[in-house]
Design a protein around this ligand. Structure first.
Ligand code: DGJ
Length: 734
């Protein structure tokens, strides 16, 4: 069992729960049978210090019966509440609407543990995305209540022992007689003791076409908020963060990882208080959220996840990768991941059925599995100013209909995929003309456009019904294998015409619930098709989207040099299996074997695809691509299911190196990528820590052999004087 509950004797801690994963341990206690306090999170160890400590401090309110034995603002808390002696950031704030008081307090009632987990119910449309349980999953549930409002709070700790991940969420149930309003809703709180003061925060930030650039800095006194108010996790922010010892490297030092299974407005709030404790809160963005609960109603937060490693940042990433692959991503839809050829960079909007058939024939010729028809096939969508919302094939592009067209394409021996952007509407569309009230817009104010489009109010069930019915009709009997689900603007202003005045701060969360519902309906309508997620590239690269999408288009930036940075940053929290990587005709590289080869080596960081006009490719380019696809197939199992190790950081040295290891370490795939020329010819040593001593490995690329000892000491690679340069080693144990 991963969870043990005990009742210590002669202690202020009346109940104690300890959670053990493969390598970590987490402990909490109940102070005086009343308040949940945090005791420990770190390495699994018999000698871990689980002592409860309280510290008296002037200007800190206390309960007369406990004095400085419990001061809310000095203890390590499991789930700090607002306004009852807590001056640090709170995890929950509940407004009693009968009095207007925000003072929030919950007292312990009971805790229980069980095998498996509970579902995360959304207040509308069923469910939020959450991690799937397996035979090892266990849950600790703690129930607290508030005698003033009558609210009950359930805190859940769902344990995934083999990934060293604990997932957390909360449910608030209004069991009182009058309404309350949930004003702040976090899913997870972790108080890290002052002995670890001075941790580094690693997060990613960016822009469209520059996603997930890495930032690392020392967290010092004060509040640090990483948050999205865009209605999407976004290109600019990402909810995944790491905290680590300032000396931590990929292999050494303590590190923590956090994320949330949610794609809308999130908040990662970190506070270092003057006594040098660090508080981490992960949950819903508090500026764009509140939720009214009538008597008898409940609200459940999204699920946040945390992991810890005593062995560096790399292991934290691998814990998150394993967790995502085993508990978040949908089952693989096909016997192998298709190599995609996307039409966007080849033709933009200038597509038609005949052209796409030729494109598919070109794909089949080089061994590509799945041509994808991107934007431009529906309604009056011949450019980005019209058509979004009108989901029917443009008649002149497909004279005998979509079904006959797709059947002809598939007769060439390929699968077929199509682009959709469900959540959006162009003002120039039949849908908007019929239902302008379905778009988010503030009363009396001009609807703000972005890429000439508006956002549909997915919190309105009529909108979700319209969209699912449109897709059901449009794709009826069309043998599609794949949807690329795009999302090309953010939400502002957020105002829903179907909500009353006092519920407008629910609109953003309701919208997200509607988006997830439409994902589920699309998957139910077309159970054999896979979904690739996209938001102007990697603008929703998050665990919420990964629950429904097999892979995510990592960025609209297909320049391989830029990609090394974006891909490196993406691997901090997300597995390579999610990272859709295309070889593109960037800078007319298609007929330049060196550039085409470099683009391919860069793309081998995730599932392979192409983004170019195959019809313009010469014989050399086609032969190169055929060879690349065969090579990719030989490595695919390592890329999609291997353990991932970063070796060189492109942000630090302009070179990106990493390797994948098979679970038994008998197969290794090492990549070195050089982004610019180096007249000095620097030598880099790539240490392959997973190589096994006493084993000889043969490199299938060069034919050379290396002992495990040699690989652990490091392969030397000399930088090239010229620009783009890539080297790979595929090492197989003899
Ligand atoms: C943004 C996506 O990232 C592109 O790949 C492409 O699908 C366009 N949208 C189409 O409008």
């Amino acid at each position: 069992m991963s969870i043990t509950i005990t009742h210590p004797q002669n202690s202020k801690i009346t109940t104690q729960a300890v959670i053990r994963t493969k390598n970590t341990m987490y402990a909490l206690g109940i102070f005086a049978d009343r308040f949940p306090v945090h005791l420990y999170y770190g390495k699994k160890s018999r000698s871990a210090d689980l002592t409860y400590r309280s510290r008296g401090s002037a200007f800190s309110p206390y309960y007369p019966e406990y004095g400085d034995g419990y001061m809310a603002t000095t203890v390590s808390s499991e789930f700090p509440t607002f306004g009852m002696g807590e001056f640090r950031a709170a995890a929950i704030r509940v407004r009693d609407l009968s009095t207007g008081s925000d003072a929030t307090e919950f007292s312990f009632r009971k805790m229980k543990k069980y095998k498996g987990r509970v579902a995360i119910n959304a207040p509308i449309y069923g469910e939020l995305p959450y991690a799937e349980a397996d035979g090892n999953t266990e849950t600790l549930e703690m129930i607290l209540d508030d005698r003033v409002t009558g609210c009950e709070l359930h805190l859940y700790y769902t344990v995934f022992p083999e990934s060293d991940v604990i997932a957390r969420h909360m449910t608030l149930i209004n069991k009182g007689k009058t309404p309350v309003s949930l004003e702040k809703c976090m899913s997870l709180c972790l108080d890290i003791p002052d002995s670890k003061y001075g941790l580094d925060l690693i997060s990613t930030y960016g822009a469209h076409a520059r996603e997930r650039h890495v930032d690392r800095y020392k967290l010092s006194y004060g509040v640090h908020r990483i948050t999205s108010r865009r209605g999407a996790s976004s290109h600019m922010e990402n909810p995944c963060i790491l905290l680590c010892d300032p000396k931590a490297t990929e292999e050494r030092g303590e590190a923590y990882g956090f994320n949330i299974v949610y794609s809308g407005d999130f908040l990662d709030e970190l506070e270092v208080d003057p006594s040098k404790k660090t508080r981490v809160l992960i949950g819903l963005g508090d500026e764009t959220f509140s939720w009214r609960l009538e008597a008898g109603e409940s609200f459940t937060s999204p699920e946040a996840v945390m992991t810890y490693s005593a062995h560096g940042i790399g292991e934290v990433s691998r814990n998150l990768h394993r967790f995502t692959c085993n508990h978040i991503l949908p089952a693989e839809p096909f016997e192998r991941r298709p190599v995609v050829l996307n039409s966007w960079e080849a033709f933009y909007f200038n597509i038609d059925g005949k052209l796409m058939e030729d494109f598919a024939a070109g794909a089949a010729e080089v061994g590509i599995d799945m041509p994808v028809m991107d934007d431009g096939w529906f309604g009056e969508r011949r450019h980005d100013r019209a058509g979004l919302g009108d989901w029917y094939p443009h008649p002149s592009l497909f004279p005998d209909g979509l079904k006959a067209f797709v059947e002809r394409v598939k007769a060439k021996g390929v699968r077929f995929g199509i682009w959709i952007e469900p959540e959006m509407v162009n003002p120039d569309s039949d849908l908007y003309r019929a239902h302008p009230e379905w778009a988010l817009a503030a009363p009396g104010r001009v609807p703000l456009e972005s890429r000439q489009q508006l956002v549909l109010d997915m919190g309105n069930p009529a909108v979700v019904d319209y969209l699912s019915e449109s897709f059901a009709t449009c794709f009826k009997d069309v043998p599609l294998d794949y949807f690329k689900w795009d999302m090309n603007r953010h939400l502002s202003p957020v105002y829903s015409n179907v909500l009353p005045r006092e519920r407008q701060k629910e609109a953003s969360f309701r919208h997200m619930c509607g988006v997830y519902e439409l994902f589920r309906r699309l998957r139910a309508l077309f159970p054999h098709a896979m979904i690739e997620n996209c938001s102007g590239g990697g603008g929703r690269y998050d665990l919420g989207m990964m629950k429904y999408s097999t892979q995510i288009w990592c960025s609209d930036n297909t320049d391989p040099v830029s990609r090394t940075y974006i891909q490196y940053g993406s691997t901090l929290g997300y597995p390579a299996a999610t990272m859709s990587c295309h070889v593109a005709n960037h800078g007319s590289s298609i007929e330049d074997p060196r550039k085409l080869n470099y683009g391919f080596r860069v793309a081998l960081n995730g599932p392979l695809g192409y983004e170019l006009n195959i019809l313009g490719a010469g014989d050399t380019a086609k032969a190169t691509m055929s060879g690349q696809i065969k090579e990719y197939r030989a490595y695919e199992h390592l890329i999609l299911r291997g353990d991932f190790y970063r070796l060189l950081d492109p942000f630090a040295c302009g070179r990106y190196a990493y390797y994948f290891a098979s679970p038994d370490s008998r197969e290794l795939l090492v990549t070195y990528l050089q982004n610019y020329g180096d007249p000095k010819k620097t030598v880099y040593t790539l240490k392959i820590g997973r190589a096994v001593k006493g084993v000889t490995y043969r490199d299938t690329v060069s034919g050379k052999t290396f002992t495990g000892e040699e690989l652990r000491k490091g392969i030397s690679v000399e930088s090239d004087t010229e620009g783009l340069y890539a080297v790979m080693w595929h090492l197989v144990a003899e």
